[in-house]
Design a protein around this ligand. Sequence first.
Ligand code: FAD
Length: 295
Amino acid sequence: SSGYATSISVTGLPISILNAGGSPALKEKYLPGLLSGAHIGAFALTEPASGSDAGSLRTTAVKKGDKYILNGVKQFITNGMHADVFAVMARTGAAGSRGVSAFIVDKAMGVKGGKYEKKMGMKVSPTQEIFFENVEIPAENLIGNEGEGFSVAKNALDGGRISIAAIANGLSQAAINKAVSYAKEREQFGKSILEFQGVSFPLADAVTQLEAARLLTRQAAWAKDQGQNFKVLASMAKLQSTESCMQITMDAVQTLGGYGYIEEYTVERYMREAKMLQIVEGTSQIQRLVIAKGL
Ligand SMILES: Cc1cc2nc3c(=O)[nH]c(=O)nc-3n(C[C@H](O)[C@H](O)[C@H](O)COP(=O)(O)OP(=O)(O)OC[C@H]3O[C@@H](n4cnc5c(N)ncnc54)[C@H](O)[C@@H]3O)c2cc1C
């Protein structure tokens, strides 16, 4: 399911943060478990008062000898306390994004879990509030230098957006498969409903939009693999894939008529899952901001 894929893809965020900026010792300690799937990862950026404006986060990390003391609350953390390793963005300096640093935090260091969110969809993927109350973390768990945390997080999210785009494309394909096979079989007015343009044209648009989304996602992934700057392409891929996924899953529900609204036929779940993909790892508006900045 796309919920399961989301949980797996979030583990990719601490992996990419460690890979890009972790010391050899940190990599050796945390990467094997995360990569093998023995350990689950989480990415803790969002807070109750800062979502899109992540640079205004309030969680603090205060240096004390060879440790940092972490205090604060993180909101909507995918995998929550199921995670073993957290990439945490916290303030070590002045207000604004340049005062943010990134840390790798082991659950065993004293991370606490708050309430689990009851969500519209993606229920297989746990979403939880997490707390840091005087959590002591070794200074060597800082990624890069103090003040680099915001760009560390943004770089990881650029890659994550390609994963979210791929998840959306898989979800779109599942919705199209269900809608097309249903439309071929269902007969009204003496013929299959796929013979009505009112049914077939939205599905023609759906396969076209999905193909465009796939090409953009592959292009972003290719640019990343080539070591090129892929930031704008990743935002384009996420925007195109998740927006088309929302439309495609809504059209799938409409194609099935009343049955589309019934759980057993699963397309209503796809529609609820698509909504989440337009919000996480930067909303559609934030993707447009990134794309517009690149103009
Ligand atoms: C199920 C789920 C899982 C999540 N998992 C994680 C996770 O693992 N780790 C994590 O750190 N976060 C996670 N998040 C948080 C998610 O990334 C944020 O919800 C998202 O970034 C939006 O932040 P917000 O909810 O505070 O909304 P806000 O930032 O308050 O935005 C509200 C609305 O205003 C719009 N808006 C805001 N600023 C602008 C602007 N400048 N221009 C135009 N429109 C704007 C937004 O697009 C949105 O429509 C998760 C969220 C959900 C729902």
